[in-house]
Ligand binder design. Structure first.
Ligand SMILES: C[S@@+](CC[C@H](N)C(=O)[O-])C[C@H]1O[C@@H](n2cnc3c(N)ncnc32)[C@H](O)[C@@H]1O
Length: 400
């Protein structure tokens, strides 16, 4: 591969924004890709993938390059030289690469393979938490979570079926394969910007990981029921629930952030999902009004997101142990309060995109100890390593 100066400069500028200005990697990638309209598909792929790669392997590259946590331009170039060297790319004779110790880089990389926090490029606290909660399993999970995420689509069965969607995408030169574990899912054979496709504009699919696609079916919804999605956000699961309910019945989508619900509304319109009402939570009043009203309640709780690190590699650097402590408290409170919306004989799913037992089965266990009116029907842990998709947890409870 030959390096093009303007593309590499764009990557370095993006890293400066992410590391020094604390901007989110996905937003910076979006912004960077708009910099030059003349860039072709391969240029865009290089820019996006290199930024994500550099962010993912930040700690490892810092350690190899000796750049520590200082991201001056010179140090960003040093980190980039490590990336290129480890990829086997011949460094051009640009002044930034003068004196790059190619052999030392490779030697240091080999040496660091025996220390997990460097090998997997994670902060100390995360390595300690992962090991304390998952033991030996942490080794394989974190390895998988450092891989690049594939693009997965969920067929919008309100408008089409998986076979037809696959055919229509093929006509737009987007090749896909089916996913055995998720009946409505298609995985892209090659990464593409699917949001530009006609199929997307017509609302024939949503982008949603295969593990995330297991959550709505876990709630066992039926057309005609009253369903409350308590942490609906921009509605990934709400829209799936609407499809499973064939647009019949009622879904109330709640969240504390109105702007996320506004996005949900836009998506619902595109998808032809007509049975969703959004309500911003502005205090306990909105919850009390819904007490004992729902056949089904989904709590897709805020969480550490450790199960989706392959999608958001910069959360490794933005998360911290205090945040996880706080989020565990929020999860316990949410579960305790929102479960009251389930009517007798109704069902509740508690789900997270974390793989830490302290956010998952331990939360459910503590809840059940205090709420004898609920019993567990089943739960499911989706391991990133075993599935190749995101890490998730879901528990189905019933109110007696
Ligand atoms: C895991 S995300 C939800 C993702 C969404 N269900 C989806 O499938 O796209 C968790 C959501 O919980 C919301 N949230 C945080 N605290 C909350 C609270 N106390 N009550 C309701 N929602 C809350 C966040 O704004 C966020 O949108």
């Amino acid at each position: 591969m030959r390096l093009h100066r303007n593309l590499v400069l764009a990557v370095i500028h993006a890293l400066d924004l992410i590391y020094n200005e604390n901007e989110y990697a996905d937003k910076v990638v979006q912004k960077t890709l708009k910099l030059d309209k003349r860039w072709g598909v391969r240029d865009r792929k290089f820019v996006a993938e290199t930024i994500y790669d550099m962010v993912r392997w930040k700690r490892l590259y810092n350690e190899i390059a000796g750049t520590k946590e200082h991201y001056s331009r010179d140090n960003l170039w040093k980190n980039f030289a490590v990336w290129a060297t480890l990829k086997g790319i011949d460094l051009p004779d640009w002044r930034y690469f003068e004196g790059t110790p190619t052999r030392r880089i490779k030697g240091k990389f080999d040496e660091l393979q025996s220390i997990r926090k460097f090998r997997e490029s994670i902060p100390d606290w995360l390595d300690e938490t992962g090991e304390a909660e998952l033991g030996k399993q942490w080794d394989v999970e974190i390895k998988e979570l450092n891989k690049q995420a594939r693009v997965i689509l969920r067929t919008n069965t309100l408008k089409t079926n998986r076979k037809e969607l696959q055919r229509l995408l093929h006509e737009e030169e987007i090749e896909t394969e089916t996913v055995p574990s998720a009946p409505d899912a298609l995985v892209l054979v090659e990464r593409k910007n699917v949001f530009l496709s006609q199929a997307f504009k017509k609302g024939l699919f949503e982008v949603q990981d295969a593990s995330s696609q297991l959550v709505a079916p876990f709630l066992d919804v039926k057309p005609g029921q009253k369903v409350i999605d308590t942490c609906a956000g921009a509605g990934g699961k709400t829209l799936h629930l609407a499809s499973l309910m064939e647009n019949k019945g009622q879904i109330i989508a709640l969240d504390i952030h109105g702007h996320k619900l506004a996005e949900l509304k836009k998506r619902a319109k595109r998808d032809g999902a007509h049975n969703i009402e959004t309500r911003t939570i502005e205090g306990t009043k909105s919850i009390k009004k819904l007490k004992g009203k729902a056949d089904r309640v989904l709590i897709d709780a805020p969480c550490s997101g450790i199960g989706v690190l392959k999608r958001n590699p910069d959360s490794k650097w933005k998360l911290n142990a205090d945040f996880i402590d706080r989020i565990r408290k929020t999860q316990a409170e949410i579960l305790d309060q929102y479960a009251s919306m389930v009517k007798t004989g109704g069902k509740l799913v508690y789900a997270t995109c974390s793989i830490l037992p302290s956010e998952n089965e331990k939360q459910v266990k503590a809840f059940l100890a205090n709420h004898k009116e609920f019993e567990m029907i089943k739960d499911k842990k989706v391991s990133p390593a075993a599935s190749g998709f995101d890490g998730f947890y879901m528990a189905l409870l019933e109110r007696r």
